[in-house]
Design a protein around this ligand. Structure first.
Ligand SMILES: Nc1ncnc2c1ncn2[C@@H]1O[C@H](COP(=O)(O)OP(=O)(O)OP(=O)(O)O)[C@@H](O)[C@H]1O
Ligand SMILES: [Mg+2]
Length: 157
């Protein structure tokens, strides 16, 4: 499912937008990911919010990489999605605040500061976790892990 979402919402519609002109999208999307619990509109919102933030972080252009993979090594298999930009990065003192509602560094009238708080809410709704790694001047990677949906009839311990 995620494999379909990324190219559809980011590759075609979002990147057809001239606002994304100077940004090179790169996709490393796993095939045959196991199913996860999700809602199409909310996952779309999540991806678009991360992509728009990445775009804003790369005013002079850059690379925006989307990656999906299944991690089966832990106690519970997870679907791992990363969104990486080569933008301005997020200073350490902002990293703990960016998921707060209304936290924004954008000019008045430009950002509401609700994008990432929405992303956080959506991730939690489907039992996932989000984290980030960022180096000022080099870029940012957001990593989201969602639990794989157990096969029908299987009860979690
Ligand atoms: N990829 C990124 N690179 C650099 N900074 C980022 C990135 N993503 C988020 N930020 C920082 O986190 C802040 C909060 O992001 P969030 O998406 O919640 O709000 P916003 O983008 O400012 O406004 P809105 O999403 O409502 O238009 C941003 O203002 C910016 O400072
Ligand atoms: Mg935003």
């Amino acid at each position: 499912m995620l494999r379909d979402y990324f190219p559809t919402f980011i590759g075609r519609s979002t990147y057809a937008n001239p606002l994304f002109n100077s940004i090179t999208p790169i996709f490393h999307l796993a095939e045959n990911l196991p199913p996860m619990l999700a809602n199409e509109q909310l996952i779309k919102q999540l991806i678009v919010n991360l992509a728009l933030n990445a775009r804003d972080a790369m005013p002079a252009g850059g690379r925006l990489t989307f990656e999906t993979a299944c991690e089966a090594s832990g106690p519970q298999p997870m679907i791992c999605c990363t969104v990486t930009d080569t933008g301005v990065g997020i200073p350490p003192e902002h990293q703990e605040k960016i998921f707060d509602p209304f936290f924004t560094t954008k000019k008045q009238g430009k950002g509401t500061g609700l994008g990432l708080s929405n992303v956080h809410r959506i991730v939690e709704l489907f039992g996932g976790r989000i984290s980030l790694i960022s180096s000022p001047g080099q870029g940012t990677t957001f990593t989201i892990r969602f639990p794989v949906m157990p096969p029908p009839g299987e009860h979690s311990a």
